[in-house]
Ligand binder design. Sequence first.
Ligand code: UD1
Length: 422
Amino acid sequence: MDKFIIKGGHPLRGTIKISGSKNAALPIIAGSLLADEPVTIHNIPRLQDIYTFNNVLRVVGAKVHFDDQNNVVHIDPTQVSYLEAPYDLVRKMRASFYMLGALVGKHGYAKVSLPGGCAWGPRPVDLHLKGMEAMGITISLDKGYVIAKAKETIKGGEFTLNPSSVGATVNLLLASVLRAEEFTIHNAAQEPDVVQLCNFLAERGANIDGIGTSTLTIRKTNSLSGGEVYNDPDRIELGTYMIAGAMYPGNDLTLTGCNAAHLGNFPEQLRETGTEVNIDGSIITVKAPEVLQPVSISTAIYPGFPTDLQAQWASMLTQASGESTVTDTVYFDRFSYVPELVRLGADMHNEQNTVKIIGKTPLTGASVMSTDLRASVSLVLAAMVSKNTSEVLRVYHLDRGYESLETKLNAVGAKISRIEAE
Ligand code: UD1
């Protein structure tokens, strides 16, 4: 498994281009299976999760060509015939569960492995399944697989997501647009990733009311067209580099290809730390303050503070002067980075779903490892402000979700080398 060797203490100055969004791409790649014609999607990041999901599509018979040098994926869904997503692929990536909605929505049948556990605690799919049942789809479980069956037309009805869920909203949209007479999702997720999927489906002929709100009403359409679409920039990658820019005195980053509207309240929260944040169209500049102020946050659904940025924020707060807390209300168990940051010299501990951080502590080089994507990047951020040299092990987590992470950071002054596994 590859690892990073990071020499800390070098300021980051220069320009980073933000890549296409992983979490926004996956729903529209799944949504392409609903179309009657090929779909071409631009601005798709070269990420392990994208390669994995393309393989899931190939298994069911879609023709997928990923021109990864140009970040374009072509999907021809017209030959799909095998309506199963096996455990081997679904366990690699939870979002493969989107195949359930896509296949049953288009073909009336799907057999998809349950995703199982995850590095940061239980992540149930009960709402995906109950929502589909409420719509008129028959769901049964068989040896770790979910089998979904739907008639040509199902009645629909309504379903309330409690809590609001990105994944369930995506799956219910995929399952309903070609089948349900009328189906309403209450407390639907309003994350930009969901809005992009709704717009993608609507542009191809789907009938969806309430796009961008928490109440979505879907009325059956008989077919969806293909065509070309541009994937949104990655708001979590953007937020991560904004945090990187804030973390070390002298840092001065310019981030291009951004969609600031997708950041919710995040820029305001970053400004409260004393960081200078300027937004000019698709360009965001971030200048670190001499003294970073501690700003406590609590994660929430969009437009609140994203759970996918809490580990990076906690890493930054180790460099703020004073005490602060980070609370995750979306996932209670997403703190595998805490003992690793402590190994680097942080003064922090977590109780239940809150981490208390006492700053500012100097960080020193150490060997660290984490078990998920966002936790891993929080260690890279910390290693970049540490004295001496650190090792971040198991960077395959990062390769799942950050396109060319070390190339982008080295271009602005970081000293990160990848040691490839033998
Ligand atoms: C997506 C993102 C992930 C992000 C998360 C929250 C992708 C591929 N992943 O994950 O990076 O951290 O949104 O923004 O886009 N829940 C249930 N039952 C369900 C489904 C969810 O109880 O059937 C709960 C979850 O345990 C969690 C909350 O709902 O507490 C939100 O989870 P959800 O929005 O579904 O996350 P994902 O779509 O899995």
